[in-house]
Structure formats: C-alpha cells, structure tokens
Design a protein around this ligand. Sequence first.
Ligand code: SF4
Length: 399
Amino acid sequence: MGGAVTAPPTGTRANLVALPRLPGAAVDYPWGVVRALYLHVPFCPSVCPYCDFHKMLRNEGLVARYLDRLEREAESLAERYPGPLDTMYFGGGTPSHLRDDELERVVDVLARAFGFPARYETTLEADPLTFTPDRLRRFAGLGFDRLSIGLQSTQDDALRFLGRLHDGRRGMEALEWALDSGLRVNADVITAVPGQDARRDLHTVAATGVRHMSVYSLTVEPGTPFALRGVQVDPDREADDFEATVPVLAGYGLERYEVSNYAVPGEESRHNLGTWRGEPYLGLGPSASSYLPEGGPFGTRLRNPPIRAWLEGAPPERDPLDARGLVLERLLTGLRTREGVDVRALRHASGLTPGDVAPRWLADAVGHGLLAWEGARLRATDDGVARLDALLRAFVRSA
Ligand code: SF4
C-alpha cells in the first residue's frame, strides 16, 4: 500500500526509552519454530506512480489462478511449519481490493493450513475506497483485528499528485469508520509531497485519536512513472517534514519506535517488530520474502518470484545466511528501531559482534555519538537516527 517510500536521511530526536517486551513475541520460542506469516496480495484498484512494489490491476482470471496457487503454497509450507501463528500480515498491493468471497477463500486456506486468525495480531492493509462500516464488520467477523489504511494525505492536491483515487474527505471518513469499528488502526501518511502541508496532515490524522501511524517520505525509485517524469523531492522539505514528525505526533501520545513508525505505547505492530528483531516468518504470494530456520545454522532468506513465474510454481530464490550475514541483517533492521540490537543475543546466535564485523565503523559511529551502548544493547542516538541511511550504508561498505 505504501509504495516506494523510505525514511529520509535527515531528521531529529530518537527516543531511546526501552520498549517493553511484548507478550507472545516469537523470539521467546526455540529456533526452528515460525510464528509469523506475511501474505502478499498484488492487486490494486489503480497503480500509483511512485510505487515500486510488486502490484498490478486485477482481472478475474488472474485472481482465480492466484488463489489456486496460494492454496497449494500454503499447504506445502504448512507441512514444514504448521503453526499456530502469533501474527499474520496481509500486505500488498491492496489486500482489501479482493472481493468478500475471495478474501473468505484466503482466510479458509490459511485456517486449514495454519489456523486463522493468528493468536496476537492479524492485520489487513486496506485502501480507503475498499471498505464501508459494513465491510469492516465483515473483516472483523473473519478474524482480522488490525487495519492498516493507505491514507497518505488528507489534502486533495497531494492525493491527486500521488495518483490516489480517494480525496481527503473520503480518506478521513474511512479512517473514522475504522476507528469506530473496534479494530486496531494504523494510518499511513506520506510526507515531502510537492505542494503538501505535511504538518497539517500529521495534525489532522493524529487528532482523530488513531493509535498507530506510519510516516514515510516520498522517494522517487528508479523505473517508476515518477522517475520517468523526472519528479524530484526537495531535500530541504524532506528534512523539515521528517524533523517535524516526532514532536507533532508526540503531542498526540504517538512515540516513534522505528524510524518511520509511531504508536501509543503498547500499540506497536507486533508483526513488524518481530521482523525487525530478526525473527523467522513465512512469506506467501508472488514476490513475498521469508526468513526460515533452515538451510544452515543461521537460517535462509527466500524470495518468491513475480506473479507469472510464481503461478507456474517456480521456486523462491534462496539466500542462506552465514554468521556475518546474520550480524549485517540484525544491524540493518535493529538500528532502525528504538529498542536497538541486543548484541549479547547476537553473539550467542552467531559467534560474532558488530565489532568483529566492522570494527572501525563501530568505533567511529560510537565516537561521533551516532550509536550508543545501553548495557548489551546498541542503539542509534538522536543524531544517528537523523543520519541513519548514511550510517547503515557505511556499515554495509565496511562489513
Ligand atoms: S495502492 Fe498499490 S500501487 Fe498504490 S502504493 Fe499501494 S501497492 Fe503501490
């Protein structure tokens, strides 16, 4: 839903308060047990010009073949990893663009394979134009307990620029419906859009009382229609908007817990936290990735092929991790989060520490106040978060 957006390289204040341990986090289970599942639904009502996700417009034949293949893939994965699952996340694409009967079939498939819903969190990404209060009740009746809405902006000009089909009024109406439905709700917002007043968007959305927001800067990815049209993002605006986000959202009780994610404490996305902590997860659907405890002591990253090859049963690409790769991955995701990286646990798992893999980078980053130790945890400081992309690029170069 969010498309090609990332946190910008500049910004301000990281809150370094430790996250409370969330109950049911899969890391408490022994290695070999997988408790999370990501399902990719690649169909969208329209194609946004900034998006570089694997997505397409739907047609009936393609959706039918997608559902058949999904069923076979779920059955085969469940033979090795039968669940039960703690979290499930339907992303895309636009999963709520599936019709009711199609969504019910997906739910049936997952229920047979792993059990449905997940024990702690079952999220559905949704476009504002794909639901009404009635349909939200249907989502809840199926077992979803969390809705992630691709709102992006409340301003008509910005939405038009982004190629979205909803306007600001309809987006806010959808958000209010979701908040009234009893589901947990996330709202996605994109900043640094030309002509947008990002602060106004942040205030307007947060003032609804939503308890989770994902805020990304517009990024022009190579090969997208925006890139072909020469759209550019003003770096000063990007930095200003990023800098404004923490204080504006803090005024509504939303604290940053990952570089682009803000929540009222306790409302963090358990599924995404597990991924950032390096916990294993299953991936279903075209282009979906997985991290599975197989193929070696440090597990294997897998990536499914795009839809045509996936429909024909082509296998995923497999990338077994070695100890170094594990350290690299844990830092690349963990340093994006407020809780940082548990280096003692990482050494226990891999036999290596960040200091073994990139000693000079680590010494420089700590020396310049970009990273800090808190007991056995390594975290990005406020300055480190503000320069996170550059910091992580330097890590990859030196590792
Ligand atoms: S709605 Fe679809 S095309 Fe638009 S950003 Fe989301 S995934 Fe991409």
